[in-house]
Design a protein around this ligand. Structure first.
Ligand SMILES: Cc1ncc(COP(=O)(O)O)c(C=O)c1O
Length: 392
């Protein structure tokens, strides 16, 4: 065991299953430890380091802002905050943005907006819906929306008036939705839930019901957004326009920030004093976010992600065919890809991969979740495939 690992155990609340490796540096798709080992990072800080480690443009933007000021109170408008909000508005359905510090806080803001929207229509229009198997964060609201018992059973009572719908089940949706519903929170592709994508049929029905019962569709793009699924937003593949989108993770290029993107018709629901955050929209994080957005929206960037995705998915399908007793299914799009394994093999593969300098992440117990940097090169993809196949 490394000294750092022991010290971490001694002083930091033990809430995470740490890997006993002392990372001292990161560049591009690689992390480096204090023993001189390199690791090909196939989960990018769980979809945070989407532009790889140590991105020079993000670093320059951060340094420039640090030279000006680190923090202003929200009493002042701030240039980097406005610049990032403008980029998000210009590249989405939204007309306004609220900044938070994290994904779960972006969802909390959306819960408050949805509840206020509902209650201005009728006193009991407060029901929130989300999917079973979903993940929406760790604060009380986000945890309640999360459709997995294990995240909340020890912390009850949770938020009232939250109901979970069976994944992609139109009948279950019809039986749970009513005029009392104020919002449906949805991940277009469930990340923690094992890389499962919402069906077109479900989205069409949800859109129809949202108009009929006047409730909001709130898309949680905290994991799938900002190029991860191949498009800037994963919802863009579907024929509907969200009322709200929540973002976080990769938005700050490694610095903490979250965002709630709000459609024009909703921008006056929350008023001054209704919501806020001391650090939300920190200028340094927003400067980083502006650099991230400029790269994501630069010509050819997302086409390149799509072409790498096609190559990786094709090769993984070939590998799955060659190992039908080990791999159950390969699924996903863009660079959010799940490899479902039989039995508990995913964790065995993950441990062997670490020993071979490859960082893998496992979710739902048996799904290897690939979230490589969107900037990964073809040769790095090949390196991943070679190591992965050698383990199988
Ligand atoms: C879909 C989704 N929503 C919300 C969250 C919570 O984000 P944060 O950890 O920044 O609070 C996550 C984090 O994994 C997520 O994947």
């Amino acid at each position: 065991m490394t000294h750092l690992y022991d010290q971490d155990k001694a002083y930091v609340l033990n809430l995470y299953n740490r890997i006993d490796v002392n990372i001292v540096n990161g560049k591009g798709s690689y992390l480096y430890d204090d023993q001189g080992h390199s690791y090909l990072d196939m989960f990018s800080g769980i979809a945070v380091n989407n532009l790889g480690h140590g991105n020079e443009a993000v670093k320059a933007a951060v340094m420039k802002q640090m030279d000006r000021y680190f923090h202003l109170s929200n009493f002042f408008p701030s240039e980097p905050v406005v610049a990032l909000a403008k980029l998000l508005v210009e590249n989405s359905f939204a007309s306004k943005v609220f900044f938070s510090n994290s994904g779960t806080e972006a969802n909390e803001a959306a819960i408050k907006l949805a509840r206020k929207y509902g209650r201005t229509r009728q006193e009991d229009k407060t029901q929130l819906l989300s999917f079973q198997g979903s993940f929406h964060g760790r604060t009380v609201g986000g945890m309640t929306l999360t459709g997995q018992e294990k995240y909340k059973e020890s912390f009850k009572p949770v938020l009232p008036d939250v109901t979970h719908v069976l994944f992609n089940d139109l009948q279950d949706l019809a039986s749970k939705v009513s005029d009392k519903t104020c919002a449906f929170f949805i991940e277009m592709i469930q990340g923690e839930g094992g890389i499962l994508e919402v069906s077109d049929a479900f989205m069409a029905e949800l859109t129809r019901l949202s108009k009929k019962h006047d409730f909001l569709i709130i898309v949680d793009e905290i994991q799938t957004g900002l190029g991860r699924a191949g498009d800037l937003f994963a919802y863009q593949k579907f024929a509907f326009t969200p009322h709200i989108v929540t973002l976080a993770k990769s938005l700050g290029g490694g610095l903490p920030i979250g965002a709630m993107l709000v459609a024009p018709e909703l921008e006056s629901v929350l008023l001054a004093g209704d919501h806020g955050s001391t650090f939300g929209g920190n200028p340094v994080a927003c400067a980083a976010g502006t650099a991230v957005m400029e790269i994501l929206t630069s010509e050819g960037f997302l086409d390149d992600v799509k072409s790498k995705s096609m190559y990786l998915l094709k090769r993984l399908d070939e590998i799955a065919h060659a190992h039908p007793k080990i791999i159950k299914e390969v699924r996903g799009r863009g660079l959010i890809i799940g490899i479902e394994m039989y039995d508990d093999r995913a964790n065995v593969v993950k441990a062997e991969a670490l020993a071979k300098g490859l960082l893998l992440n496992v979710t739902r117990g048996n799904v290897i979740r690939l979230l490589p940097p969107l900037t990964i090169s073809h040769s790095e993809i090949d390196r991943f495939l070679t190591i992965f196949e050698s383990i199988l």
